[in-house]
Write a protein that binds this ligand. Sequence first.
Ligand SMILES: Nc1ncnc2c1ncn2[C@@H]1O[C@H](COP(=O)(O)OP(=O)(O)OP(=O)(O)O)[C@@H](O)[C@H]1O
Length: 289
Amino acid sequence: MDSPTAVRVRGLAKRYPDGTLALDGVDLDVAAGECVALLGPNGAGKTTTLEVLEGHRSRDGGEVSVLGEDPATAGLAWRARLGIVLQEATDAGDLSVREAVRHFSVYHRDSRDPEEVIALVGLEDAARHRVRTLSGGQRRRLDVALGILGRPELLFLDEPTTGFDPEARRRSWDLVRGVRAEGTTIVLTTHYLEEAAALADRVAVLVGGRVVETATPRELGGASRRGATVRWTEGGVPRSERTDRPTEVVRGLLARPELLVEGEVPGLEVHRPTLEDAYLALVDGVSGR
Ligand SMILES: Nc1ncnc2c1ncn2[C@@H]1O[C@H](COP(=O)(O)OP(=O)(O)OP(=O)(O)O)[C@@H](O)[C@H]1O
């Protein structure tokens, strides 16, 4: 890896007091300036991993280095370099949005201007509203505002857009991209594959407390991503063919005049495996379903 490492995790293990083995040897590297998405089914260990990296959760084994320090022993100066957006919304019920952002800005030595942050997350029109009256999406944007207030070097986002409508999700992607463009390293978790594809340089797939594959969104799944499926209908009957040369298959179909309706191949589709296809194949393969 060329850039300095922001996060280095080797053999991270965590068992909860009730006996649940949440992490069973997680390995993960995140380069400075990189955006990495942790993917995985419910209960795979994404949040637990983030919590250990943030210094909020103890571990039972493994080596963890975050911005050059071990989160288990790092102090306040280290913590000030992190931005954290947890799954639960920030508790600031009786304050207005503006009051909440100003209130939390005081904790940072080099805080961004609260008004600038409010504008950045698109909450200008809600700046005077009480936090408890905000919609779920607005709450989440406030959480992100508080997460980036202190100009963090490393930002953790746990499911930043869960419950967002599609437009709000896209706006929040722009926001995350903007933060990243400023050089902030980002580790996020998400259940939205298109979100991972839109934001992450690399995705790490966790299943059963282990990282089973790390790759760029384009390359995840390796060989299973190559090739395509051509679908069409023939006399009303659906047909399909898997191929590495879809253009050739389509050319073959066009060469059969009896198949064409007004010059078109009925129901023609060329499907290339998506990140979601690769992810599902990986998760199903590992969990043996
Ligand atoms: N405080 C806790 N006490 C006991 N078990 C826990 C605790 N928190 C999480 N677990 C368990 O640890 C495992 C990993 O949970 P974790 O929340 O890290 O997964 P996740 O990948 O973030 O899941 P989700 O996608 O549902 O948020 C699960 O089996 C979960 O039930």
